[in-house]
Design a protein. Structure first.
Length: 240
């Protein structure tokens, strides 16, 4: 039953990605209001082609490919088999993202998530936030995975498959410190069916080597009903 639901979600994600790639160039004019302001490299609404590499406890590569000024495809893959794939479409009010991802938590639990959500820059709504750039976020998701507890491990039983339908809400903030340095922070809370709940918190700094190259240092912590995970790492990315 869970596999059937997962397959349906995967087909939905694939269909939405195709629609985004086709519709983006035809509606490029919708981005005109957004291109009037300078966007930071960490801006989640930025439509750009880029490639990056990240190191935490393992190495992963990530990138995005822009199809015109309003549509892009995003992907990442790590040497441990974690991955993500999605697409983004930029409207005047903000950006809409559809994504699928798979990751491992610290207790050995695997978690696959399908989501549809958005970032909305407060500046696009006419709100003044001073030197901060604030991006409220919200969305819906479907999560499936295997829940491992102490009794399961001691009895040598297989992990119990679980799933949850729900949503998330949060905020991302960017604070330029000068022309080279930018601070980034994020806080997200989530809840869903079968008593699922969780939160993610993270922060770090980015340094612009050139207008197209940057390095970042970051830390994050995830705690949800499937397990926990913390990470500290560095990354490099280049825009094209």
């Amino acid at each position: 039953m869970i596999q059937s639901k997962g397959s349906d979600m995967q087909r939905l994600v694939q269909s939405l990605l195709v629609c985004l790639a086709i519709a983006g160039p035809a509606l490029a004019q919708e981005r005109s209001a957004r291109t009037e302001r300078t966007q930071l490299a960490d801006d989640p609404t930025k439509i750009i082609t880029k490639l990056g590499v990240r190191y935490t406890e393992d190495v992963s590569i990530s990138g995005s490919v822009a199809f015109g000024p309003v549509t892009k495809i995003n992907a990442s893959y790590s040497e441990t088999g974690e991955w993500s794939l999605g697409g983004s479409y930029l409207f005047n009010f903000g950006i809409v993202n559809v994504a699928a991802s798979h990751r491992e938590l610290d207790n050995g639990t695997s978690q696959t998530q399908y989501s549809l959500g958005t970032f909305v820059p407060l500046s696009a709504l006419g709100a003044s936030t001073g030197k901060w750039q604030m991006f409220p976020m919200a969305g819906v998701n479907y999560i499936e995975g295997s829940s491992v507890d102490l009794d399961t491990v001691l009895s040598n039983d297989l992990p119990v498959a679980t799933s949850s339908k729900g949503g998330y809400i949060g905020v991302m903030g960017l604070r330029p410190l000068n022309e080279k340095w930018v601070f980034r922070g994020v806080l997200v809370g989530s809840a869903g069916s079968d008593n699922y709940s969780g939160y993610t918190i993270g922060g770090g700094f980015s340094y612009m080597i050139t207008k197209r190259d940057r390095v970042s240092a970051f830390a994050s912590y995830i705690d949800n009903s499937f397990g926990t995970r913390d990470a500290i790492g560095i990354s490099y990315s280049r825009e094209f």
